[in-house]
Design a protein around this ligand. Structure first.
Ligand code: TYD
Length: 214
């Protein structure tokens, strides 16, 4: 695989989506090769359809393992249809969420267990891991506060979970960042938008001079 696979992760309310909106064009400008942005769950039609099912507030009866399987199924299709072909062509892929989200949300948040979710995702990804992961860290109080304040769009099934769920998610992320310090770069997302953006940008371009002009 000649390309570069970068993911961005964080609990709800970390500001991932707004950071990505600015970060992607900045990186694309200095990228030495083709660069695409995509997201999970979704990124291609089959996975976007699965996303609708997972996040629909009316599906409150969904079993936790069903949820984990649907995320893994969406991930598999997205990987095969979009991520792998791009990486094979040597492109840079910037993906909003990947396996770490399932480890944190389904493994810890839903309490299925991170090991079980890792096994499920091994199957879905055949062991493909990102080269680099930006983790935007925010405490659950601040995160939830931001969601309530900023969300004009509808609250989805996971956003409506309580404080303890979000705390478990965050602790799982912190644990992963500790376990994989080479891959996961933690950024304090309570800093100002500009600071988070700068930190994200430089973390990537400094680590991969072969892919980005500096
Ligand atoms: P996303 O659209 O990225 O929401 P946000 O912009 O709030 O980060 O993700 C939607 C929700 O899906 C989010 O609450 C996290 C959740 N999710 C999982 O629970 N497991 C997963 O594997 C993925 C990819 C997302």
């Amino acid at each position: 695989m000649n390309g570069l696979f970068i993911t961005i992760e964080g609990p709800d309310g970390a500001g991932k989506t707004s950071i990505l909106k600015e970060l992607f064009p900045l990186l694309k400008k200095v990228a030495k090769t083709e660069m695409i942005q995509t997201r999970e769950p979704g990124g291609i039609p089959i996975a976007e359809e699965i996303r609708q099912v997972i996040l629909d507030p009316k599906n409150e009866r969904m079993d936790e393992r069903t949820e984990a399987l649907l995320y893994a199924a969406a991930r598999r299709q997205h990987l095969v249809e979009k991520i792998l072909p791009a990486l094979k062509e040597g492109s840079i892929v910037l993906c909003d969420r990947f396996v770490d989200s399932s480890l944190a949300y389904q493994g810890a948040g839903r309490r299925i267990g991170m090991r079980e979710i890792a096994r499920l995702n091994e199957f879905a990804t055949e062991g493909l891991t990102p080269d680099f992961t930006l983790y935007l860290d925010v405490d659950s109080d601040t995160g939830l506060h931001r969601i309530q304040k900023n969300r004009q769009n509808q609250i989805d099934r996971l956003d409506s979970e309580g404080l303890e769920f979000h705390q478990r998610v965050r602790h799982a992320y912190l644990k992963l960042a500790e376990e994989y310090p080479e891959r996961i770069h933690k950024i304090d997302a309570r800093l100002s938008f500009e600071e988070v953006l700068q930190a994200s940008y430089y973390a990537i371009i400094e680590k991969y001079p072969q892919f980005f002009e500096n």
